[in-house]
Design a protein around this ligand. Structure first.
Ligand SMILES: Nc1ncnc2c1ncn2[C@@H]1O[C@H](COP(=O)(O)OP(=O)(O)OP(=O)(O)O)[C@@H](O)[C@H]1O
Length: 570
């Protein structure tokens, strides 16, 4: 039941631009949805209220949260979207105003391959250059191109504002300069409702600025509402108090009821932290299962690689010498999807070529190079960079040097040969698995691709990709066209809202947890991996990150940190 105090009631009656400030779980998103419901009656039949958020997962949570506030008819009048999806829709429908040709997307997995190893600054230049040369638009350019479109064409701007007279901006503190430029235009004719917590700003690395809220106040003179330290998410707990204390260091030496700091002893077992984490998780699951069938737990780490270690450890079961067993735990893992996407494209390509007996060593080397280059969004190790260069040089010259590389090339030869010999049956799942199994090899690069392919969820029976592959087989009795179909399916997927539910156990990075909520949160770090504070000069940033992580919990937060090097912020 939503409680509306006087301040919230006043907000509903306000027709100016609005700024809603408030700490984690203070009810910013909720009041924005109530405001949307309140204002629906003012809309003309063709108008909608636009609710913009950053991540698809947040959009899904907002959508779910809205179901307690908005009924089905209300929801037809509200468009809940990511910034990217909204910008792309605008750009696509007005492409002629910014380009001589129809626009197409440069999807993140393709961009990662093209721009492997580039620094953030160089990346920006490279994406702009790519747009000029190929008319393919990288996601990072959506906001700047939309801002350009809206600043150049007042009629488009008026049309958009006519369609969306009220625009709600979720997590406004994390908007970058390009998004801000776009908002400045939109705010000329639409009424803006900005939701912000300056102390949840964790996207400085993509251009979020501490000045943003001040800029908004200066330009739009909004009516401001401050929910301060209201705690609607975890009321009755001291989780938000801990989060706020973190910002000043007041948490140190203080006891909290609902935030537990658990020190683990690494002992002689290099997996001691993971064992403690998994044992603790099992007992939390037991307790939650006793009280409800609908619960959620998140395990949050500060780095991608620790997140993958955690996920692997949960996925596998462990048997100890005293016969004690830690069973496999089913969970959702929110990994960077470039590696899995490129692995699926590689499998589809081998399926296409192999089913026509046309697969060659060059095809496999090419696919492998793309996977190595693009995994982890193109942020790869020096050794992998060198391997990519060697594979590209092989593709040009047909030659390579060094035992490891020669070994890899002969594995690729064997793989191509085996792909041509598979007896394809037209059973999509069986044929896909047969090709995937070719990559199941101890070699580091083949096994990386193999492992990534298990994170692909697009090939369920009945999915669009499944039907397309079935059609291809029916038409040709081979998989001619499978690669392009898979690429298209993944590009579509970047806008899809069909994403994992956060019920059950979820493993993700702290950055991915923003805007979400779970019953219980476990934050995990190791002595040398996934440290919350990596650089003493960045202590303020680490405090903001940890505050976001801690305050995702509704009931209880645990922080697991090693005895020999406890988290410096605790
Ligand atoms: N006025 C209210 N009455 C009752 N429950 C509320 C109210 N406002 C928010 N809540 C509940 O509190 C929780 C957090 O609310 P909400 O997501 O709106 O907070 P937020 O300020 O947007 O959080 P964050 O910034 O951390 O993402 C939700 O579960 C929501 O249902």
């Amino acid at each position: 039941m939503i409680e509306l105090d006087d301040e919230r009631k006043k907000l509903l009656q306000t027709d100016d631009h609005i700024l809603v400030l408030g700490g984690p779980g203070s009810g910013k998103t909720t009041i924005a949805l109530c405001k949307a419901k309140h204002d629906i009656e003012k809309l003309k039949p063709f108008q909608k209220i636009l609710f913009l958020s950053f991540a698809r997962a947040t959009v899904v949570r907002v959508y779910k949260q809205s179901q307690g506030i908005l009924n089905t008819t209300d929801l037809k009048n509200i468009e809940i979207s990511t910034y990217h999806a909204f910008e792309w829709k605008l750009l696509k429908s007005n492409a002629m105003l910014i380009s001589k040709h129809p626009l197409s997307i440069l999807p993140p997995h393709e961009a990662a391959v093209l721009f492997r190893g580039l620094s953030e600054d160089d990346l920006k230049q490279a994406t702009s250059k790519e747009f000029v040369n190929s008319e393919k638009l990288h996601f990072d350019l959506f906001a700047s191109e939309t801002a350009r479109l809206l600043s150049q064409s007042d009629s488009v701007l008026k049309l958009i504002s006519d369609l969306y007279p009220i625009i709600i901006l979720d997590e406004f503190q994390d908007t970058n300069q390009d998004e801000w430029d776009m908002i400045c235009s939109l705010g000329q004719y639409s009424t803006l409702v900005a939701l912000a917590d300056p102390e949840q700003r964790i996207y400085d690395f993509r251009g979020a600025s501490p000045a943003r809220v001040g800029e908004y106040i200066k330009l739009f003179s909004p009516s401001s509402f401050d929910f301060g330290k209201n705690n609607k998410r975890s009321s009755g707990t001291d989780i938000v108090e801990f989060g706020n204390d973190l910002l000043t260091g007041a948490n140190i030496g203080k006891e909290y009821h609902d935030v537990s700091i658990c020190l683990y002893d690494e002992g002689y077992h290099n997996k001691s932290g993971l064992i403690k984490l998994k044992s603790g998780l099992l007992s939390i699951i037991r307790k939650l299962n006793n009280s409800s069938s609908n619960w959620s737990v998140a395990i949050l780490t500060a780095s991608n690689s620790l997140m993958i270690d955690v996920s692997d450890f949960l996925y596998n079961s462990q048997r100890f010498s005293n016969e004690h067993v830690l069973p496999s735990i089913t969970h959702n893992v929110f990994i960077d999807m470039t590696g899995p996407t490129l692995s699926a494209i590689a499998i589809a390509s081998v399926l296409e070529l192999g089913s026509q007996c046309k697969c060659s060593v060059s095809n496999i080397v090419n696919l492998l190079e793309k996977h190595i280059s693009g995994k982890n969004s193109g942020k790869i190790s020096n050794a992998d960079n060198i391997m990519c260069d060697a594979l590209l040089s092989y593709l040009k010259t047909g030659k390579t040097r060094g035992k490891n590389r020669e070994n890899l090339i002969s594995l690729c030869e064997r793989l191509a040969d085996a792909a041509n010999k598979i007896v394809y049956t037209g059973n999509i799942i069986d044929d896909w698995k047969a090709v995937r199994e070719l990559f199941n090899d101890p070699n580091k690069y083949l096994s990386m691709l193999y492992r990534d392919s298990f994170h692909v969820r697009l090939l369920r029976k009945g999915s669009a990709l499944y039907s397309t592959l079935s059609d291809l087989w029916r038409t040709n009795l081979n998989y001619f066209g499978a690669q392009i179909a898979t690429e298209n399916a993944f590009t579509q997927e970047y806008f899809s809202m069909d994403i994992q539910d956060s019920n059950g156990v979820n493993v993700m990075t702290i950055h991915k947890s923003k805007g979400k909520e779970f019953d219980v949160v476990i934050i995990y770090e190791e002595k040398y991996k996934g440290r919350i504070l990596t650089n003493p000069e960045e202590i303020d940033k680490a405090r903001l990150n940890l505050r976001v992580a801690v305050t995702r919990a509704k009931k209880k937060t645990f922080v697991l940190t090693p005895c020999s090097k406890p988290c410096e912020l605790l």
